[in-house]
Ligand binder design. Structure first.
Ligand SMILES: Cc1ncc(COP(=O)(O)O)c(C=O)c1O
Length: 393
């Protein structure tokens, strides 16, 4: 009895499964909050959350949310997604509504993809660097992450990919890439598709930022890949529509080999019942609204201005990064020898009042010390932040 009493006093322990759960983009905020509690003013450049700065969500979304609530869309929606949303996405994707699933942000689509398709020890090709969630999910579902490289122009290094592709269960492409801001060209993607078709490797295409390309044309991956290789196209309201709080995303399956995986998606969708119905109605309205092209053209222009201001501010600093042509991040290498570990640098920046994400949160960087910043805030905020870190470089 005494023994039992003593045991109860110990704190409960989470399961071992938790050892691989991480999300460096937000994990760093806990440390930032501790600095803030000491009275330090913090500038948060760790996350790509447009409404936190001065980017307004596409207005059609809030209007349609209100009317959908008036229409009493307050219950559980169909687990696999609202009919209107599935029909609308299917038209854009040129697939059938049954091939489309609504998810709680593309985050959930990524989770379901790994859960349903990547088994123990199975190879999944990821870009290096890659959006942190892919690294974490691959670990969580015990897949084997294989990293493919970029060439000097920020394109997928085809030679490198060719050496790694054999036996892969799937390949993930993020275009524009987070954190690099690289935009893969049609030619580059055609070469990737050719290789994937040769080795029968399906593609998970993350189009979270596909409308946010600054210079050059938008890329339609479906046109490049359709009929050549099976793929899943995912996107959401978060970035292209500046409304991450909506928590609405979608995935569309392309090709005729997915029936059993779609069934697995169905089961996963059933298990969590539904995604916010009123926001699904809003997504269906937003995606096809005739005022969206003008809205997103303005957003692209504003992002380009922010990127240019960011480059001007950091021009004379010992920082090196590929010029981002999409999304809203820069993946920066520190050119001075002072810092040996990215987390030490990020912690020193925290002490100065600036929150970044360490480069290792996006995969192992072997040739130096990296961190990621967003360039979403107004230039005077970026200037203040980079003035603060100038002295620690
Ligand atoms: C490349 C990429 N994919 C997916 C996501 C997930 O976004 P959400 O769940 O808000 O759609 C993000 C979020 O930052 C991202 O950068």
């Amino acid at each position: 009895m005494i023994h039992l009493k003593l045991k109860r006093k110990l704190p409960y322990k989470p399961t071992e499964r938790m050892n691989v759960v991480s999300y460096p983009i937000r994990d760093i905020v806990m440390e930032a909050k501790r600095e803030e509690a000491k009275g330090k003013k913090m500038i948060y450049l760790n996350i790509g959350d447009p409404p936190q700065y001065d980017f307004k969500p596409f207005g059609v979304i809030a209007d349609r949310v209100k009317s959908a609530l008036d229409e009493n869309y307050k219950g559980y929606a169909p687990s696999e997604g609202d009919e209107d949303l599935r029909n609308t996405v299917a038209k854009i994707e040129k697939c059938r509504p049954e091939d489309v699933f609504a998810v709680a942000g593309l985050t959930e689509g990524i989770d379901f993809f790994f859960h349903s398709f990547i088994g123990f020890g199975e190879k999944v090709l990821l870009p290096n660097p890659a959006y942190s969630l892919y690294l974490s999910k691959a670990k969580q579902f015990e897949g084997d992450s294989i990293f493919y490289r970029h060439d000097a122009d920020g394109q997928i290094d085809i030679g490198n990919l060719a050496k790694k592709i054999e036996g892969a269960k799937a390949m993930v492409i993020i275009n524009p890439n987070n954190p690099l801001g690289a935009v893969y060209s049609e030619k580059n993607l055609s070469e990737v598709v050719k290789l994937c078709a040769e080795y029968d490797v399906p593609i998970f295409y993350d189009g979270s930022y596909d409308q946010l390309i600054f210079e050059g044309n938008l890329i339609d991956f479906r046109k490049i890949a359709r009929g050549k290789v099976p793929f899943i196209y995912g996107s959401s309201l978060s970035k292209n529509f500046n409304n991450p709080g909506a928590r609405i995303g979608w995935v569309a399956f392309h090709g005729d080999k997915w029936d059993e995986v779609k069934n697995a998606f169905f089961l996963l969708c059933n298990q969590r019942l539904s995604v916010n119905w009123e926001y699904q109605k809003a997504a269906a309205a937003a995606i096809t609204d005739p005022s969206y092209p003008a809205y997103v053209t303005d957003i692209r222009k504003k992002l380009l201005e922010r990127r240019n201001a960011f480059m001007k501010i950091t021009r004379n600093m010992p920082l090196q990064y590929p010029v981002p042509n999409g999304a809203f991040y820069a993946f920066i290498k520190i050119e001075t020898p002072k810092w040996k570990k990215d987390l030490e640098f990020v912690r020193a920046a925290l002490k100065e009042g600036v929150v970044f994400v360490p480069g290792s949160g996006f995969g192992r960087q072997e040739d130096g010390v990296y961190f990621r910043t967003t360039f979403l805030p107004k230039p005077h905020i970026i200037e203040e932040a980079f003035d603060k870190i100038r002295r620690i470089l």
